[in-house]
Design a protein around this ligand. Structure first.
Ligand SMILES: *[C@@H]1O[C@H](CO)[C@@H](O)[C@H](O)[C@H]1NC(C)=O
Ligand SMILES: *[C@@H]1O[C@H](CO)[C@@H](O)[C@H](O)[C@H]1NC(C)=O
Ligand SMILES: *[C@@H]1O[C@H](CO)[C@@H](O)[C@H](O)[C@H]1NC(C)=O
Ligand SMILES: *[C@@H]1O[C@H](CO)[C@@H](O)[C@H](O)[C@H]1NC(C)=O
Ligand SMILES: *[C@@H]1O[C@H](CO)[C@@H](O)[C@H](O)[C@H]1NC(C)=O
Length: 394
């Protein structure tokens, strides 16, 4: 607590005025065309997740060396949540509240989380809290597009950590800063074969960005609905109403079980999840790109598919319903759409996507990583991001 001066909640809304003052209004002249290639040193570290191991041992090699980083993150979540509640949250309180939840988690997640707790020496309740934390908030941009040959590309920026706390010493969002060293490019292997790829935060067992080679790619953006805030779903879970999936686990299972694009979209639009979300899905064939606007529970409010024959060769998703305007203080959607149009369908590639996702404010102070996915080739490239000043705070 003494380490930082926190600027919380509404106060943080003053930050754009301080930081964004040198930034002109957005036009397509702002679209980056030269950001690619990133430096090799920006590539996220790799880890092989061996599914043939006992679930308890699968994450050990990744999380053990990062124990100090994970507990640093958890300490900050504790002090920030404590500050919001006006109470000091001790490890005992967290463990009493979240510890017992682990036994209610489906296999193999219960055992994986227990293994993470053992390997890091962090109490199980805190590991559970870390695994629920991402359900609640993240601000991101996702794009999926079809090139002139009918091939599909999918990419996303992960923006995370807003409104929670600002470190005035480093001019960074606290949680964003804590998460960067945890970003890992994970290769799922079974019987020595690659069965999936995903971006993980070390210590987090669900998938928020990932693909199954030759089948589908998938990522989640948060959808904010006041009556469906993530915490309510979690309270229902604690109280014993456990039919909904934790979203990160739902996505991981969906990727591992996927057989084709259409059935994955169908499954995702009806799977019962704890929080509402936007799910961007990509495939390998023409037309296989979609954004599902998912409601809490087992319904979805809309599915938007690409349709290149009708000129709709891409879909962009940030954190707002497509039929509503984004709020004036957070419009990443219009810049992303402008840059996609400026790029033209002839230039669709991971390289061009990296340029769009490097354009401010699509790239902002919350941006943790950019992930570039190409299902046909089975590639997932992840680059850690920093936004050079002057930069938008979100
Ligand atoms: C976290 O990780 C980074 C780089 O991986 C390292 O430099 C830093 O010291 C770590 N911080 C803590 C608190 O362990
Ligand atoms: C997938 O669904 C779309 C839309 O319903 C349909 O047009 C397309 O033919 C389906 N593709 C396959 C391979 O079944
Ligand atoms: C969704 O849940 C409701 C109530 O629990 C149920 O009646 C309905 O059949 C479910 N729909 C799907 C598509 O699973
Ligand atoms: C892209 O933006 C540049 C710079 O504003 C402009 O000159 C060019 O005409 C745009 N291209 C398209 C296809 O919109
Ligand atoms: C699109 O491709 C053309 C030809 O390869 C290139 O000249 C142009 O700079 C590209 N535009 C963008 C926005 O990447």
């Amino acid at each position: 607590m003494q380490k930082f001066t926190f600027i919380l909640g509404l106060l943080a809304a003053g930050v754009p005025a301080l930081l964004g003052q040198d930034l002109p209004p957005f036009t397509d002249r702002n679209c980056r065309t030269d950001a690619y290639p990133p430096q090799a040193s920006d590539a996220a570290p790799k880890f092989v997740f061996n599914m043939d191991l006992d679930p308890k041992d699968r994450w050990t090699e990744l999380v053990q060396p990062k124990s100090a980083n994970i507990s640093f993150l958890i300490d900050d979540i504790k002090s920030l949540v404590g500050l919001l509640l006006g109470k000091k949250l001790t490890s005992e309180v967290i463990n009493d509240l979240f510890g017992p939840v682990v036994t209610s988690l489906p296999d193999p997640y219960d055992r994986e989380l227990q293994g993470i707790a053992e390997a890091t020496g962090i109490p199980i309740g805190e590991i559970v809290m870390m695994n629920i934390f991402y359900e609640i908030e993240s601000f991101c941009t996702a794009v999926v597009a079809q090139d002139m040959k009918g091939d599909i590309y999918h990419a996303r920026n992960m923006d995370f950590g807003q409104f929670i706390g600002w470190d005035v010493k480093t001019d960074q969002w606290i949680i964003t800063e804590r998460l960067r060293p945890l970003v890992t490019n994970v290769e799922y292997q079974k019987g020595g074969k690659v069965v999936a790829r995903a971006v993980h935060f070390a210590g987090y067992a669900g998938i928020l960005t990932g693909l199954k080679p030759g089948v589908v790619s998938l990522n989640i953006n948060s959808r904010h609905k006041l009556k469906d805030i993530g915490f309510l779903g979690f309270i229902e879970w604690i109280l014993g109403d456990r039919k909904a999936y934790w979203t990160g686990f739902a996505l991981r299972d969906a990727i591992l079980m996927a057989t084709d694009f259409n059935s994955t979209v169908e499954h995702l639009s009806t799977v019962d999840t704890m929080v509402p979300s936007y799910l961007t899905v990509g495939g390998v064939n023409p037309g296989e790109g979609a954004v599902i606007t998912k409601a809490k529970g087992n319904t979805s409010d809309a599915i938007r598919r690409i349709n290149a024959d009708q000129g709709k060769w891409f879909v962009v998703q940030t954190n707002y319903d497509s039929w509503k305007n984004p709020p004036f203080y957070d419009d990443r959607r219009d810049p992303a759409i402008k840059c996609m149009k400026n790029m033209t369908q002839a230039n669709v590639s991971s390289k061009s996507f990296y340029n769009v996702l490097s354009t401010k404010p699509v790239l902002n102070m919350l941006s943790l990583f950019t992930a570039l996915m190409h299902v046909r080739e089975g590639t997932l490239d992840t680059y850690i991001r920093h936004c050079p000043q002057p930069c938008y705070p979100w």
